[in-house]
Design a binder for this molecule. Structure first.
Ligand code: ZN
Length: 242
């Protein structure tokens, strides 16, 4: 199976479309959550994601908050303001779909969560300690997480973080080796100093994964955010990749 793994789209439709165009056909799409929040096109992103073939889509912290399942109090003031905007703009149909998203998914050797097996919604896997905690919390050989907005992979032997290590690996088939914690990075708001949209391709027959980055029209998204008077810091971070 060729599986496209997406995460943290954050209502950035232009980035999502650019990724889907480059990613091409797949047997399945896995989305690790945060389809909405921050960006200017929540309904359009929900619509596009929910119609992807053989979709598994998990709930992220922004999705559950926008869907009204948790309060905004755990978010910083700017994220919280954008969640209110998102909630006001989501259609009833989008809200209904967001409320149905599961927190985790298991398939064969794979375990998927937005944050971590330790806490699927809130835990950040961003260092060796939290990667080890993820390995301990779930026995699956391969664990996929999002939430940090940083493309990376941890193996039980070593840690590779992108973008520092991206050039030797980008678009290269990396052999799967148990055990791994893998983060595809963020489609709509990368925070690893590379502003390009990030995604992952899994090939379960070849037993490989590969990280990819895609350029998209960042100024067009920033202009849409400006039209909705969204916070400057959130607008600027798209071009900073942080
Ligand atoms: Zn996110």
């Amino acid at each position: 199976m060729r599986i496209i793994v997406l995460s943290d789209i954050h209502a950035n439709l232009i980035a999502l479309k650019a990724v889907l165009e480059v990613a091409g056909a797949a047997d399945a799409f896995w989305c690790l959550g945060d389809v909405v929040g921050y960006g200017p096109h929540p309904n359009e992103c929900v619509e596009l994601v929910r119609n992807l073939p053989n979709l598994v889509c998990l709930a992220g912290n922004h999705d559950v908050a926008a869907a009204g399942k948790i309060s905004f109090s755990r978010f910083n003031p700017e994220a919280s303001a954008l969640l209110s905007w998102t909630q006001d703009h989501l259609t009833q149909e989008s809200l209904r779909w967001l409320r149905t998203l599961p927190e985790t998914h298991a398939w064969g050797d794979w375990f998927l969560a937005h944050g971590s097996p330790v806490n699927p919604i809130w835990e950040y896997v961003m260092d060796r300690r939290s990667a080890l905690a993820a390995f301990q919390a779930n026995p699956a050989p391969f664990i996929l997480v999002g939430h940090t907005h940083q493309a990376l992979m941890y193996t039980s032997q070593r840690v590779d973080m992108f973008p520092e290590a991206r050039y030797p690996y980008l678009d290269e088939a990396i052999p799967l080796q148990p055990r791994m914690v893998i983060n595809p990075g963020s489609v709509g708001q990368p925070r690893d100093r590379d502003p390009r949209a990030s995604f992952l391709v899994l090939d379960t027959e070849e037993e490989t994964l590969s990280f990819s980055r895609v350029e998209y029209d960042i100024p067009a998204v920033q202009e849409a955010m400006r039209q909705h008077a969204m916070p400057h810091r959130m607008i600027n971070r798209l071009s900073d990749g942080w």
